[in-house]
Design a protein around this ligand. Structure first.
Ligand code: G6P
Length: 625
């Protein structure tokens, strides 16, 4: 979503801002801009569309300024046009502001400011901020003080960075419910909405928390709370390598990330599974070590999972596992719905927020809401909050008691692939741990499942090696297709949903995922020879059922694509095209069945010549409601 970068130091600000914005491109945006200060004047340059357009405008401009702010905008209030792009300035061009978030009371503020004579040039909520700050400048001793006064008027979620024409040595940032990270260099300081923009410059970072405001100068960093009290914070050292944000020879980040999945599974097993565990020799401790607080396990009666998008699909697999393996009733909620219509409170409930970015506004708000309402009640209703995230430095970490870190390294492609797989792995680990503690599985069976999990990385490698070329070829045939149906049952129903989501996100082809048994209740009306049907049919409990649903589609002339490990001959009698998956027990099959669907979506989108890593209208991390 909107990206912020800021710089103050001894280097040319424009270069650092542009390279920072490039590293934020993956978050999704539709316009961009930068503002710098030089000799008492703010220079602001903005452009609609991709950064390329902004770079073109900056060509041949000599600007030695050493302080500036930059922004990539994902339109919320006001169309993606240049006049709505950030930074925004006050009327006298004394203050420039970039913002990520939504100022909920901007209409009232705009009215008040208009009555006082302010002229607005954009349709955005953000533009009220520079006007407000400017109105306080004359009665303030510093830019910091004026920003402090201005933000007391703002309601909503926001992260801002501010510069002033008459303050060449001050960059002010503030945060309320939207991410902002500060980077510390040698005689230079940075701010960004995402660590990726900081990695090339520094590994020493401080995360700004809600209700904090900071002044960055070439000499140092001062952090205050909104009430004006000074706060001391120790920087953390990141162990990220700049290589993590390179494509490393792949055509797109998404393809690289699909290929990284064997190592994602390996890393998860290394992090959370005690490889030396043996049912006979070690019956007294869990084979899984997630470091969960002891009270999470006490008389656990229910699990509620809150998530959005792909994370919601991973949560559905979690539900299947938790209910079928441990017997704990589990519900999965869209976070955006739950925050306004929560389920009735039940005792001894574990609430899990699943969010790869750790910054999705709805998921954070739903978790906070759950925490608040439970904190008012007696002990058995008290919150037990767990986060599943790939970003241990993100906001979710502050909202929950404990996190399961996905350790999947940064994901740049907007369409989640490896983080989905890592989330699913986290649910396998959680399920096995709870199964151990509740004795819902014999220890020998636990051991058997763990042994199979260890075989999965190699199985994914084999799958990619053997199927990728074939899927690339097959994708050519669907370059003009308008609709797709994905069917799955049981534990593979969420994979049908995920396959459909991947395809629509990056190829803009309409796709629907359905539980195969539901096809007759609606989607079957859509079928004809032009609508391919992808059916996941893995040997197990619902194998025959899924196959007969596929036959129903075939009888309506649909082209049938099977994701299966069945023997080739048999598969050929049913499916027109077969995406072969190595043999695996049904319970673990989603780890494999999702891979061909990711590849299919990728190659169809690439074939259509689309911007696979940054699909239109989508954002990697949705930090507004
Ligand atoms: C956006 C992304 C999706 C992602 C969803 C939830 O819509 O485009 O890929 O699944 O947000 O994100 P989260 O970071 O909470 O998992």
């Amino acid at each position: 979503m909107c990206g912020i970068v800021g710089y103050i130091g001894t280097k040319i600000a424009t270069d650092i801002l542009i390279s920072g914005l490039e590293r934020l491109e993956y978050r999704g945006y539709d316009s961009a801009g930068i503002a710098t200060v030089l000799e008492g004047k703010i220079t602001c340059i903005r452009a609609k569309g991709k950064l390329f357009n902004l770079r073109e405008k900056l060509e041949n401009q000599v600007n030695p300024s050493q302080i500036g702010i930059g922004h990539t905008r994902w339109a919320t209030h006001g169309k993606p046009e240049e006049r709505n792009a950030h930074p925004h300035l006050d009327m006298n061009e004394k203050v420039a502001v970039v913002q990520n978030g939504i100022i909920e009371n901007y209409r009232e503020l705009r009215q008040e400011l208009t009555l006082k004579g302010c002229k607005f040039l954009s349709d955005t909520d953000t533009e009220v901020i520079p006007h407000l700050i400017a109105s306080y400048l004359s009665e303030s001793s510093s830019l910091l003080e004026a920003v402090q006064k201005a933000i007391t008027h703002l309601t909503g979620a926001f992260a801002i960075a501010v510069i002033g024409a008459d303050y060449p040595d001050e960059l002010i940032v503030a945060r309320q419910q939207a991410p902002l990270i500060l980077g510390l260099g040698q005689g230079e300081f940075f701010c960004a909405s995402d660590i990726t923009a900081l990695i090339p410059h520094t590994h020493a970072v401080v995360t700004l928390d809600n209700g904090e405001i900071a002044r960055l100068t070439p000499l140092g960093l001062e952090i205050y709370n909104f009430e004006g009290d000074r706060i001391k914070k120790q920087p953390r050292t990141l162990n990220w390598s700049p290589m993590l944000v390179e494509k490393q020879g792949f055509r797109h980040y998404m393809l690289k990330e699909i290929h990284e999945q064997p190592s994602v599974v390996r890393t998860c097993l290394e992090a959370y599974v005690n490889g030396a565990w043996n049912a006979e020799r070690h019956p007294d401790f869990s084979p899984i070590n997630l470091g969960l607080p002891a009270h999470f396990y006490d008389d656990l009666q229910r699990v509620d999972i809150l998530a959005c998008g792909t994370s919601w699909h991973a949560a559905l697999i979690g539900k299947y596992l938790l209910e079928q393996v441990t017997g704990i009733p589990t519900n999965v909620h869209y976070a955006s719905e739950y925050r306004y219509a929560p389920a009735p409170i039940t005792p001894n409930t574990l609430t899990i927020g699943v969010t790869q970015s750790g910054e999705t506004a709805d998921t954070l708000a739903a978790i906070e809401m759950e925490k608040d309402r439970r904190n008012l009640l007696e002990k058995q209703f008290q919150p037990r909050l767990l986060g599943i995230t790939n970003r241990p430095e993100s906001s979710i970490v502050h909202a929950v008691d404990h996190i399961i870190n996905l350790h999947a390294d940064i994901e740049i492609g907007v369409a989640a692939t490896k983080t989905f797989l890592a989330q699913v792995m986290a649910f396998y680990c959680l399920t096995l741990d709870l199964a151990y503690h509740r004795r819902s599985l014999p220890l020998e069976r636990l051991q058997e499942i763990i042994e199979q999990l260890y075989k999965l990385p190699f199985a994914i490698e084999t799958l990619i090696q053997e199927q990728e070329k074939k899927i690339e070829q097959l994708a050519h045939e669907f370059a003009e297709t308008k609709d797709f149906i994905f069917l799955g049952r049981g534990i593979n129903f969420p994979i049908a949903l995920e396959g459909a989501l991947k395809l629509k996100e990056i190829s803009y082809i309409h796709a629907e995922g359905y539980p195969a048994g539901e096809m007759k209740h609606g989607p079957i009306a859509l079928l004809d020879s032009k609508v391919p049907v992808v059916t996941i049919a893995m040997p197990g409990k619902v194998y025959e059922k899924a196959l007969s649903n596929a036959q129903e589609a075939k009888a309506r002339d649909a082209r049938l694509i099977g994701v299966t490990s069945m023997n080739q001959k048999e598969a050929e009698t049913i499916f027109n095209d077969i995406l072969v998956v190595p043999e695996v027990e049904e319970l673990l099959s989603p780890i494999l069945t999702v891979i061909p669907l990711q590849l299919l979506a990728y190659y169809i989108a690439a074939r259509r010549g689309l911007d696979v890593d940054q699909p239109r209208n989508l954002a990697k991390s949705v930090t507004v409601e």
